[in-house]
Design a protein around this ligand. Sequence first.
Ligand SMILES: *Cc1c(COP(=O)(O)O)cnc(C)c1O
Length: 389
Amino acid sequence: MREKTFYTLAVHAGDDREANFGALSVPIYPASVFAFSDADDGIAIHNYEKDGYFYGRLGNPTQTALERAMAELENGEAALALASGMAAISAAVLTIVDSGDHIVAPESMYSTTTNFLRHIGEKFGIETTFVDATDAEAYAAAVRPETKLFWIETPSNPLVAITDIARVAEIAKAAGIKTVADNTFATPFNQRPLDLGVDAVIHSATKYLGGHSDLTAGVLVGSAEIVEKARHGANKFLGGNIAPQVAWLVLRGIKTLALRMERHNLNAYALANALTENPKISAVYYPGLESHNNHEIAKRQMKGFGGMIGVDVGSADAAKVLVNRIKVCTFATSLGGVETLIQPVALMTHATLSADERAKAGISDGLLRVSVGIEDFNDIRSDIFEAIG
Ligand SMILES: *Cc1c(COP(=O)(O)O)cnc(C)c1O
């Protein structure tokens, strides 16, 4: 049989019809408790000597179906589904580092990840050096004897900066350091970091995997060593488990992931190009543009450039005017859903950073983050161009 493409994989990932009476949709198991059939069986399952389920926080067949699907799509050995992207991020980090260890991470990325790394620095003495991640060698320069983790986020939130995944993974391997990539913006349709050498990938499934702005979830995928340690550690102790109803919704979203991403890619590529020609726009950030500083790396490691664009309209006031005027696009935070969402970055998601930190991360006052949806491109384009005035 020929190798399945992503389009086919996405539709069938996680299927187990034999176990489910032929059902095309995996059943939702809301049970928080599963009975044991006899003493030996119960003891073996409870002590993880035998596969099975016994308590809601520790998994159920719906969650397992999502985990199988994500392991397939990211080409990982194992996956753990969690309650949010931050549950996946904290599980990954706390699985790999101990107090006194050191992390290297991008100075420009999802601001709650930045703040989480600061938080564990203050609380547990786990220090992070924030580097310019568009230069892979900056990771090497920041290594200390106690460095245990390289964090990657590419394309990054909100500037869609690109990190050379293969090069950072290579530097890490040579130094015995683990690498984790936040693949939320790209999704496995556009980029598979595990194939490029990282040890694990995390997702905010709240975004493209779910795809319909109707759930909060996260996934950790990667080596069985990291994933199983997270399952029996962070997930069990911190309790960030995913609800079975939500796991089912993510699975349903994944079935159309390839189609949605194809359209997100097309619309964003066209919009980024159109915006570069508008004289009122001071900068457009999109990995698919030749003007993007790491366009060549993006071309090498991504199949498509994704649905996220950074647009600088020059000032905070101009950003406010635009979000007040849009009619087809929606003024909202978050991203990755079917609808186009626009948000002023400096005033909102990255307002928790100081002005200095924002400047260092390249986030100007007029920066808008555009999550380009799957609506008709001409409707999106004319709405934004009319709002720019
Ligand atoms: C949204 C987001 C997260 C956090 O995910 P939640 O599901 O909100 O916890 C992490 N990384 C990136 C890149 C994100 O966009």
